[in-house]
Design a protein around this ligand. Sequence first.
Ligand code: DGJ
Length: 728
Amino acid sequence: MFRAALWLLLVCFGACSLSAQAIRYLPEKRLWVITTSQNSYVMGLGPQGQLEHIYWDAPLWRTEDLQAVTAKRDISSFDPHQMLENEEFPGWGGPLYDEPALKITRSNGDRDLVLRYVSHHIDGDQLDIQLKDIHDAVNVTLHYRVYPTMGILSRWATIANGTKQDFTIVSAQSAAWYMPPGTGYRLSYLSGRWAAETQLNREPIHEGIKVLESREGHTSHNFNPWFAIDDGSATEQNGRVWFGALAWSGNWRISVEQTPYRQVRVTGGLNPFDFSYHLKPGESLTTPQFYGGVAQHGFGEASRLLHDLERADIEPHGLKARVRPVLYNSWEATTFHVNEEGQKALADKAAKLGVELFVMDDGWFGARNDDHAGLGDWTVNRQKFPNGLAPLIAYVNHLGMDFGLWVEPEMVNPNSDLYRAHPDWVMNFPGRPRSELRNQLVLNLARDDVKEYIYGALDKLATEYNIRYFKWDMNRTFSEPGWPEVAPEDQQKLWVKYVDNLYDIIDRLRAKHPNLEIESCSGGGGRVDLGILRRVEEFWTSDNTEAFDRLRIQEGFSQAYSAKFMSAWVTDVPNMNHRSTPLQYRFLVAMQGALGIGANLNKWTEEDTQLATKMVAIDKRIRNTVQLGDLYRILSPRTNDTTANEYVARNGDQAVLFAFRHSQQYNTPPPTIYLRGLDEHAVYHVESIDGKLVEKSEALSGAYLMHHGLDFKLTDDFDSTLVILKKQ
Ligand code: DGJ
């Protein structure tokens, strides 16, 4: 509400009129001004018709202040003026040595590309700017969609062949973003590996290029397509932070470059590595959306803006989507050894805990008894389920839970009926080895016959059974990405066409089965990005469910993605890193996302069951706040012996504070925790779930909670607590 009012004030001042337009063109200065509640974005036309970036920072309200673009001079024969021009979407042509946004090779071998302004069109919150090469009809449309109250701009481009000859695109980026000129910037990014995803890094930006990317075909565990840049001094609460996230689930790249001219720029889009996209006359390629914004109040606000955008505009049902239900998943309890009786026994126990969505994981189909066979054969294994899945699903539904099913549609085991029938369906270079990982090969989803097979198999399952939820897994990286059935010049389109077809399958499935929900899993967090989020309700964050490790994985995840999409399970101990933590600790870690339980409930004691039932009930009281509220990261697990995260409901009525003590030495008390985002003048009812709060008063003011802070008795290793605040 406040953000919307602020934005209205800004645009009304700026336009000197009452029409609240986020995008304006100033013809006398040949400038475009895009205004949001958090920032302004300005572009202008140079004397030669080049589109230059001018400004991306705090909101500007007075258009009279803005100058038209003037001509720049060469500094030397080694430093041409083009290097100073900050072209909004630089084509590789003329004397340009920075990272291009577009590079092509024409059929006659010419590669020079100099893009100039042709026209533009403003339609509400979207601006399209048409550019064209100086000589031929290599047409580029730059798309800008603004989210005025969220401070975010989405950028992407369409490259169309309007010439009479073929040409090949060798680099197609979505956008180049420019920081205000200067040095001393710092880059934040997420890196990791399987079972250790989304680790937050912060490092200074120096001259040269830092590349974040995936070459693996999927989004990747190694880097996530998100960045944040600050001047080196921002904190969670203070300082300007430029940030962006790319919506693409295939090979992507974000390069962060500091030029010798004190200019930091971030270029991102389709990874040019092994990339080639051939366009015949009349054909086009559209790049993924690259969302970007500037927050004025630190890394915390940058995350909250992205979270808002995801919930309002990106996830499939937007603000109408339900909060994520409490889930049970059988994987860690049973691995491949699923059968009707065993799943029913787990379902009984899960229902008693208050679980709402019961998901059967791997092992239910084909000859799937371990990871050597069965992938590709999406028919029910009749030894394990003699009467199909219907009796189990009816049982689960009768217990009051929805039913979900694990699938891994993009893969095939060589030991499967599908592979025996269609060995040509996997990506391969003829006559060369086909590398197996986890004993499986990747189907070439770029092929339309493969796409139809996968769609058909999933549609059949969703039609035949009352399946509310697919856990869509993808358990290996690409190798030998050959597509021998198409002309050599089209074979590298596989990288893009694969993802287009993946999206198309999910879009069609969802259209036909409107209640179907999907979890994006790729051996944990290998496919977490805003492109797939348009089509799924949850991400499987990591195969590492060990609660202490999770704190850092979740901290990194939360930089870019809302808690609502962060599937988080409570599992048994000792877990994969041999660590054991108390059950309450495990619950509270998982309750900071979409709560799931992945433990073997058959082995739980009565005491475990009682505690779990209590925690699930608490989760249901606070999940609206956690999943839909504002996140404040108060103490980071990277730098403290205590982690604290607070979530505040959007209407301010409830706030919840999670605190975790990893270990203590010398009997040192844990740090005082200062809450954030509360109403100073309000009084809150204070409920500690376990009596570990030192303050005994049941009512405290927002001012006290934020300025005096709260103290806790967190004395044990892996101690934890939760406080629920209710505005009175
Ligand atoms: C990898 C996933 O990340 C796990 O949760 C589980 O579904 C297995 N695959 C099943 O094979």
